[in-house]
Design a protein around this ligand. Sequence first.
Ligand SMILES: [Zn+2]
Length: 386
Amino acid sequence: MALRGTNQEFGRPYNRRIVLEFVRLHSLTTRSEIAARVGLTVQTVSTIVRELEEQNYLVSVREEPKGRGLPPSMLKINPEGGFAIGVNVTPISVEAGLVDLSGEVIGSLSRDIAGASPEDAFEIIGAMAPELIAQRPKGRMLGIGLALPGPFGVESMSFVGPTTMAGWENTAIRERLAEATGLPAFLETDMAAAALGEHLYGLGKRFSEYYFLYLGVGLGGALVREGQVQRGASGNAGEIGHIPVVPDGEACPCGNRGCLERYFSLDALRRSGLGDADWLEAVAPTFRNAIATIENLFDPETIVLGGLAPANLLERIVELTAVLPNSVAARRDRKTPRVRIAEGGEHSVLRGAAALAVSSVLSPRFGQMFTGGRERDVLSGGEVAA
Ligand SMILES: [Zn+2]
Protein backbone atom coordinates (compact mmCIF):
# COMPACT_ATOMS: atom_id res chain seq x y z
CA MET A 1 0.00 0.00 0.00
CA ALA A 2 1.29 3.47 -0.84
CA LEU A 3 1.95 5.98 1.92
CA ARG A 4 -0.58 8.82 2.05
CA GLY A 5 0.30 12.46 1.55
CA THR A 6 -0.90 15.22 3.83
CA ASN A 7 -2.71 18.46 3.01
CA GLN A 8 -1.19 20.24 5.99
CA GLU A 9 1.07 23.16 5.12
CA PHE A 10 4.00 21.68 7.08
CA GLY A 11 3.63 18.54 5.00
CA ARG A 12 5.27 19.88 1.87
CA PRO A 13 8.71 18.30 2.22
CA TYR A 14 6.98 15.10 3.32
CA ASN A 15 4.71 15.12 0.28
CA ARG A 16 7.72 15.67 -1.92
CA ARG A 17 9.31 12.49 -0.58
CA ILE A 18 6.01 10.61 -0.82
CA VAL A 19 5.80 11.47 -4.50
CA LEU A 20 9.45 10.54 -5.10
CA GLU A 21 9.03 7.22 -3.34
CA PHE A 22 5.87 6.42 -5.27
CA VAL A 23 7.63 7.09 -8.57
CA ARG A 24 10.62 5.02 -7.48
CA LEU A 25 8.42 2.06 -6.65
CA HIS A 26 5.94 2.37 -9.51
CA SER A 27 7.68 3.84 -12.51
CA LEU A 28 6.61 4.51 -15.16
CA THR A 29 3.64 6.32 -13.65
CA THR A 30 1.49 9.39 -14.24
CA ARG A 31 0.57 12.44 -12.18
CA SER A 32 -3.05 11.32 -11.92
CA GLU A 33 -2.07 7.83 -10.78
CA ILE A 34 0.18 9.31 -8.08
CA ALA A 35 -2.59 11.64 -6.95
CA ALA A 36 -5.11 8.82 -6.71
CA ARG A 37 -2.78 6.48 -4.84
CA VAL A 38 -1.24 8.88 -2.31
CA GLY A 39 -4.37 10.93 -1.63
CA LEU A 40 -3.24 14.32 -2.94
CA THR A 41 -4.91 16.49 -5.56
CA VAL A 42 -3.61 16.29 -9.12
CA GLN A 43 -2.74 19.96 -8.85
CA THR A 44 -0.59 19.44 -5.72
CA VAL A 45 1.14 16.47 -7.35
CA SER A 46 1.75 18.46 -10.54
CA THR A 47 3.35 21.29 -8.55
CA ILE A 48 5.61 18.86 -6.69
CA VAL A 49 6.50 17.01 -9.90
CA ARG A 50 7.43 20.29 -11.60
CA GLU A 51 9.79 21.13 -8.73
CA LEU A 52 11.32 17.68 -8.79
CA GLU A 53 11.81 17.90 -12.55
CA GLU A 54 13.48 21.29 -12.19
CA GLN A 55 15.78 19.77 -9.58
CA ASN A 56 16.49 16.85 -11.94
CA TYR A 57 15.24 14.18 -9.57
CA LEU A 58 12.45 13.15 -11.94
CA VAL A 59 12.18 12.95 -15.70
CA SER A 60 9.11 12.47 -17.87
CA VAL A 61 9.02 10.36 -20.96
CA ARG A 62 6.28 10.25 -23.57
CA GLU A 63 5.46 7.21 -25.63
CA GLU A 64 4.94 7.50 -29.36
CA PRO A 65 1.32 8.50 -30.00
CA LYS A 66 -0.82 5.60 -31.19
CA GLY A 67 -3.89 6.87 -32.91
CA ARG A 68 -5.57 10.05 -31.74
CA GLY A 69 -4.57 12.12 -28.73
CA LEU A 70 -1.30 12.60 -26.95
CA PRO A 71 -0.39 9.77 -24.52
CA PRO A 72 0.17 11.07 -20.95
CA SER A 73 3.74 11.77 -19.99
CA MET A 74 5.14 9.05 -17.78
CA LEU A 75 7.37 9.78 -14.82
CA LYS A 76 10.44 8.01 -13.60
CA ILE A 77 13.38 8.70 -11.30
CA ASN A 78 16.25 10.39 -13.11
CA PRO A 79 19.16 8.01 -12.45
CA GLU A 80 21.58 10.88 -13.03
CA GLY A 81 19.74 13.13 -10.58
CA GLY A 82 22.13 12.37 -7.76
CA PHE A 83 24.95 10.11 -6.69
CA ALA A 84 26.30 8.65 -3.49
CA ILE A 85 29.37 6.67 -2.59
CA GLY A 86 28.94 3.39 -0.79
CA VAL A 87 31.88 1.96 1.13
CA ASN A 88 32.20 -1.50 2.63
CA VAL A 89 35.06 -2.13 5.01
CA THR A 90 35.37 -5.86 5.63
CA PRO A 91 37.92 -7.93 7.56
CA ILE A 92 39.59 -8.74 4.21
CA SER A 93 39.07 -5.68 1.98
CA VAL A 94 38.02 -2.09 1.46
CA GLU A 95 35.50 -1.58 -1.34
CA ALA A 96 33.83 1.56 -2.62
CA GLY A 97 31.36 2.28 -5.41
CA LEU A 98 29.63 5.24 -7.02
CA VAL A 99 25.90 4.60 -7.11
CA ASP A 100 23.24 6.59 -8.99
CA LEU A 101 19.67 7.34 -7.89
CA SER A 102 18.35 4.16 -9.50
CA GLY A 103 20.79 2.04 -7.49
CA GLU A 104 23.06 1.32 -10.45
CA VAL A 105 26.72 0.91 -9.45
CA ILE A 106 28.46 3.14 -11.98
CA GLY A 107 31.97 2.28 -10.92
CA SER A 108 33.64 0.44 -8.08
CA LEU A 109 37.08 0.04 -6.60
CA SER A 110 38.40 -2.67 -4.32
CA ARG A 111 41.57 -3.17 -2.33
CA ASP A 112 42.43 -6.44 -0.61
CA ILE A 113 43.71 -5.68 2.85
CA ALA A 114 43.39 -7.98 5.85
CA GLY A 115 42.25 -6.37 9.10
CA ALA A 116 42.64 -2.77 7.94
CA SER A 117 43.28 -0.32 10.77
CA PRO A 118 41.15 2.87 10.79
CA GLU A 119 44.26 4.79 9.58
CA ASP A 120 44.71 2.42 6.61
CA ALA A 121 41.03 2.35 5.77
CA PHE A 122 40.42 6.11 5.84
CA GLU A 123 43.55 6.70 3.76
CA ILE A 124 42.30 4.21 1.16
CA ILE A 125 38.77 5.66 1.21
CA GLY A 126 40.16 9.20 0.95
CA ALA A 127 41.98 8.16 -2.23
CA MET A 128 39.09 6.16 -3.71
CA ALA A 129 36.43 8.88 -3.27
CA PRO A 130 37.88 11.45 -5.72
CA GLU A 131 38.54 8.68 -8.24
CA LEU A 132 34.88 7.63 -8.08
CA ILE A 133 33.55 11.20 -8.12
CA ALA A 134 35.63 11.82 -11.25
CA GLN A 135 33.29 9.43 -13.08
CA ARG A 136 30.53 12.05 -12.69
CA PRO A 137 32.46 15.28 -12.08
CA LYS A 138 29.35 17.45 -12.46
CA GLY A 139 27.01 15.10 -10.62
CA ARG A 140 25.21 16.06 -7.42
CA MET A 141 26.95 14.15 -4.63
CA LEU A 142 24.47 13.33 -1.87
CA GLY A 143 26.95 11.81 0.55
CA ILE A 144 28.94 8.75 1.51
CA GLY A 145 27.79 5.74 3.51
CA LEU A 146 30.07 3.29 5.27
CA ALA A 147 29.10 -0.28 6.10
CA LEU A 148 30.99 -2.23 8.74
CA PRO A 149 30.47 -5.63 10.35
CA GLY A 150 28.41 -5.33 13.56
CA PRO A 151 27.32 -5.43 16.22
CA PHE A 152 28.17 -1.92 17.42
CA GLY A 153 28.52 -0.88 21.03
CA VAL A 154 28.69 -4.31 22.70
CA GLU A 155 32.01 -4.59 24.57
CA SER A 156 32.30 -8.37 24.38
CA MET A 157 31.23 -8.71 20.73
CA SER A 158 32.00 -5.51 18.82
CA PHE A 159 35.32 -5.32 17.03
CA VAL A 160 36.31 -8.74 18.43
CA GLY A 161 37.38 -11.72 16.33
CA PRO A 162 37.95 -12.48 12.63
CA THR A 163 34.45 -11.56 11.44
CA THR A 164 34.67 -8.01 12.81
CA MET A 165 36.98 -5.01 12.43
CA ALA A 166 39.26 -5.68 15.38
CA GLY A 167 40.85 -2.51 16.75
CA TRP A 168 38.14 -0.10 15.56
CA GLU A 169 36.62 0.51 18.97
CA ASN A 170 36.78 4.13 20.14
CA THR A 171 37.08 5.39 16.57
CA ALA A 172 34.90 8.39 15.65
CA ILE A 173 34.04 6.63 12.40
CA ARG A 174 31.50 9.00 10.92
CA GLU A 175 33.60 12.08 11.66
CA ARG A 176 36.69 10.44 10.16
CA LEU A 177 34.73 9.50 7.05
CA ALA A 178 33.47 13.07 6.60
CA GLU A 179 36.98 14.42 7.13
CA ALA A 180 38.55 12.01 4.65
CA THR A 181 36.06 12.79 1.87
CA GLY A 182 34.41 16.16 2.57
CA LEU A 183 30.97 14.56 2.06
CA PRO A 184 27.98 14.15 4.40
CA ALA A 185 28.75 10.83 6.08
CA PHE A 186 26.55 7.94 7.27
CA LEU A 187 27.30 4.69 9.04
CA GLU A 188 25.54 1.35 9.44
CA THR A 189 26.26 -2.31 9.97
CA ASP A 190 26.94 -4.17 6.73
CA MET A 191 23.86 -6.34 6.96
CA ALA A 192 21.50 -3.45 7.77
CA ALA A 193 22.96 -1.50 4.85
CA ALA A 194 22.51 -4.47 2.52
CA ALA A 195 18.93 -4.90 3.73
CA LEU A 196 18.24 -1.21 3.09
CA GLY A 197 19.73 -1.42 -0.40
CA GLU A 198 17.55 -4.41 -1.18
CA HIS A 199 14.54 -2.51 0.15
CA LEU A 200 15.21 0.54 -2.02
CA TYR A 201 16.41 -1.07 -5.22
CA GLY A 202 15.74 -4.78 -5.16
CA LEU A 203 13.17 -7.30 -3.96
CA GLY A 204 11.86 -4.75 -1.45
CA LYS A 205 9.71 -3.50 -4.31
CA ARG A 206 7.87 -6.83 -4.32
CA PHE A 207 7.73 -7.89 -0.68
CA SER A 208 6.53 -5.96 2.33
CA GLU A 209 7.79 -8.33 5.02
CA TYR A 210 10.90 -10.41 4.45
CA TYR A 211 13.99 -11.54 6.25
CA PHE A 212 17.30 -10.44 4.74
CA LEU A 213 19.97 -13.06 5.48
CA TYR A 214 23.40 -11.57 5.10
CA LEU A 215 26.22 -13.97 4.22
CA GLY A 216 29.45 -12.05 4.70
CA VAL A 217 32.69 -12.92 6.40
CA GLY A 218 30.32 -13.53 9.32
CA LEU A 219 26.56 -14.10 9.23
CA GLY A 220 23.84 -11.57 10.02
CA GLY A 221 20.27 -10.83 9.17
CA ALA A 222 17.42 -8.40 9.59
CA LEU A 223 13.67 -8.45 9.34
CA VAL A 224 12.44 -5.78 6.92
CA ARG A 225 8.84 -4.83 7.56
CA GLU A 226 6.93 -2.23 5.54
CA GLY A 227 10.23 -0.74 4.47
CA GLN A 228 11.65 -0.60 7.97
CA VAL A 229 14.71 -2.56 9.02
CA GLN A 230 13.78 -3.93 12.45
CA ARG A 231 16.77 -3.31 14.67
CA GLY A 232 15.76 -4.13 18.23
CA ALA A 233 16.08 -2.08 21.40
CA SER A 234 19.77 -1.29 20.98
CA GLY A 235 20.01 -1.60 17.21
CA ASN A 236 21.72 -5.00 17.08
CA ALA A 237 18.83 -7.34 16.34
CA GLY A 238 20.51 -8.91 13.32
CA GLU A 239 23.20 -10.97 14.99
CA ILE A 240 21.76 -14.30 14.01
CA GLY A 241 25.32 -15.59 13.51
CA HIS A 242 25.71 -15.74 17.27
CA ILE A 243 22.72 -17.98 17.88
CA PRO A 244 24.18 -21.10 19.51
CA VAL A 245 23.36 -24.12 17.35
CA VAL A 246 25.83 -26.77 18.51
CA PRO A 247 26.03 -27.42 22.30
CA ASP A 248 29.70 -27.43 23.35
CA GLY A 249 30.59 -26.71 19.73
CA GLU A 250 33.42 -24.61 18.35
CA ALA A 251 34.58 -21.70 20.48
CA CYS A 252 33.42 -18.32 19.15
CA PRO A 253 35.20 -15.00 19.78
CA CYS A 254 31.97 -13.77 21.38
CA GLY A 255 32.74 -16.06 24.32
CA ASN A 256 30.11 -18.73 23.60
CA ARG A 257 30.43 -22.07 21.87
CA GLY A 258 28.75 -23.45 18.80
CA CYS A 259 27.54 -20.17 17.26
CA LEU A 260 25.91 -20.46 13.82
CA GLU A 261 28.51 -18.33 12.05
CA ARG A 262 31.30 -20.65 13.22
CA TYR A 263 29.76 -23.15 10.78
CA PHE A 264 27.95 -21.06 8.19
CA SER A 265 29.78 -17.94 6.97
CA LEU A 266 32.56 -17.10 4.53
CA ASP A 267 34.96 -17.22 7.47
CA ALA A 268 33.76 -20.76 8.21
CA LEU A 269 34.19 -21.73 4.54
CA ARG A 270 37.76 -20.41 4.54
CA ARG A 271 38.66 -22.11 7.83
CA SER A 272 37.21 -25.43 6.68
CA GLY A 273 39.85 -25.67 3.95
CA LEU A 274 37.21 -27.47 1.84
CA GLY A 275 36.08 -26.72 -1.68
CA ASP A 276 32.65 -25.05 -2.02
CA ALA A 277 30.81 -28.28 -2.84
CA ASP A 278 32.22 -30.32 0.07
CA TRP A 279 31.68 -27.44 2.50
CA LEU A 280 28.07 -27.00 1.37
CA GLU A 281 27.39 -30.69 1.87
CA ALA A 282 28.86 -30.52 5.38
CA VAL A 283 26.93 -27.43 6.49
CA ALA A 284 23.65 -28.10 4.69
CA PRO A 285 21.80 -29.50 7.76
CA THR A 286 22.89 -26.56 9.94
CA PHE A 287 21.88 -24.06 7.26
CA ARG A 288 18.48 -25.69 6.70
CA ASN A 289 17.76 -25.64 10.43
CA ALA A 290 18.69 -21.95 10.54
CA ILE A 291 16.16 -21.25 7.78
CA ALA A 292 13.40 -23.05 9.69
CA THR A 293 14.34 -21.13 12.86
CA ILE A 294 14.10 -17.77 11.08
CA GLU A 295 10.76 -18.72 9.56
CA ASN A 296 9.30 -19.88 12.85
CA LEU A 297 10.49 -16.73 14.61
CA PHE A 298 9.41 -14.13 12.04
CA ASP A 299 6.99 -15.73 9.54
CA PRO A 300 8.42 -13.70 6.64
CA GLU A 301 7.00 -13.75 3.09
CA THR A 302 10.40 -15.03 2.01
CA ILE A 303 14.04 -15.10 3.10
CA VAL A 304 16.28 -13.02 0.85
CA LEU A 305 19.87 -14.23 0.76
CA GLY A 306 22.59 -11.74 -0.11
CA GLY A 307 25.89 -10.35 1.04
CA LEU A 308 29.52 -10.65 0.14
CA ALA A 309 29.39 -14.20 -1.17
CA PRO A 310 29.91 -14.58 -4.93
CA ALA A 311 26.78 -15.12 -7.03
CA ASN A 312 27.55 -18.75 -7.87
CA LEU A 313 27.95 -19.63 -4.20
CA LEU A 314 24.64 -17.94 -3.34
CA GLU A 315 22.97 -19.92 -6.12
CA ARG A 316 24.31 -23.20 -4.79
CA ILE A 317 23.18 -22.31 -1.28
CA VAL A 318 19.67 -21.59 -2.52
CA GLU A 319 19.72 -25.00 -4.25
CA LEU A 320 20.14 -26.53 -0.78
CA THR A 321 16.69 -25.17 0.11
CA ALA A 322 14.95 -27.50 -2.32
CA VAL A 323 14.67 -29.65 0.82
CA LEU A 324 13.83 -27.85 4.06
CA PRO A 325 12.57 -28.85 7.51
CA ASN A 326 8.94 -28.12 8.29
CA SER A 327 8.13 -24.64 9.59
CA VAL A 328 5.31 -22.08 9.56
CA ALA A 329 6.54 -21.17 6.07
CA ALA A 330 5.72 -24.59 4.62
CA ARG A 331 2.24 -23.54 3.49
CA ARG A 332 0.56 -24.94 0.45
CA ASP A 333 -0.58 -21.50 -0.72
CA ARG A 334 2.93 -20.11 -1.01
CA LYS A 335 3.46 -17.91 -4.07
CA THR A 336 7.19 -17.46 -3.71
CA PRO A 337 10.08 -19.76 -2.77
CA ARG A 338 11.03 -19.87 0.92
CA VAL A 339 14.55 -18.63 0.11
CA ARG A 340 15.64 -16.47 -2.81
CA ILE A 341 18.71 -14.51 -3.88
CA ALA A 342 18.93 -10.75 -3.35
CA GLU A 343 18.86 -8.73 -6.56
CA GLY A 344 21.75 -6.58 -5.43
CA GLY A 345 24.13 -9.48 -5.95
CA GLU A 346 27.76 -8.88 -5.16
CA HIS A 347 27.15 -5.12 -4.91
CA SER A 348 24.36 -5.34 -2.35
CA VAL A 349 26.42 -3.83 0.48
CA LEU A 350 27.85 -1.01 -1.65
CA ARG A 351 24.38 -0.12 -2.91
CA GLY A 352 23.02 -0.27 0.61
CA ALA A 353 25.81 1.87 2.04
CA ALA A 354 25.19 4.45 -0.68
CA ALA A 355 21.46 4.18 0.04
CA LEU A 356 22.13 5.51 3.55
CA ALA A 357 23.00 8.83 1.93
CA VAL A 358 20.37 8.62 -0.81
CA SER A 359 17.52 7.85 1.59
CA SER A 360 17.69 11.28 3.12
CA VAL A 361 16.48 12.55 -0.25
CA LEU A 362 14.42 9.67 -1.57
CA SER A 363 12.47 8.14 1.27
CA PRO A 364 9.62 9.67 3.24
CA ARG A 365 10.25 7.11 5.92
CA PHE A 366 13.91 7.87 6.36
CA GLY A 367 13.36 9.02 9.92
CA GLN A 368 11.75 5.69 10.66
CA MET A 369 13.85 3.60 8.30
CA PHE A 370 15.58 1.88 11.16
CA THR A 371 13.38 1.09 14.09
CA GLY A 372 14.95 0.48 17.46
CA GLY A 373 18.50 1.47 18.05
CA ARG A 374 17.74 3.96 20.79
CA GLU A 375 21.43 4.18 21.65
CA ARG A 376 22.33 5.27 18.17
CA ASP A 377 20.73 8.05 16.24
CA VAL A 378 20.85 6.69 12.73
CA LEU A 379 19.04 9.72 11.38
CA SER A 380 21.77 12.09 12.44
CA GLY A 381 24.36 9.84 10.96
CA GLY A 382 24.50 6.64 12.93
CA GLU A 383 27.27 7.38 15.35
CA VAL A 384 28.57 4.41 17.25
CA ALA A 385 27.53 4.44 20.88
CA ALA A 386 30.55 5.01 23.08
ZN1 LIG B 1 29.38 -16.17 18.82
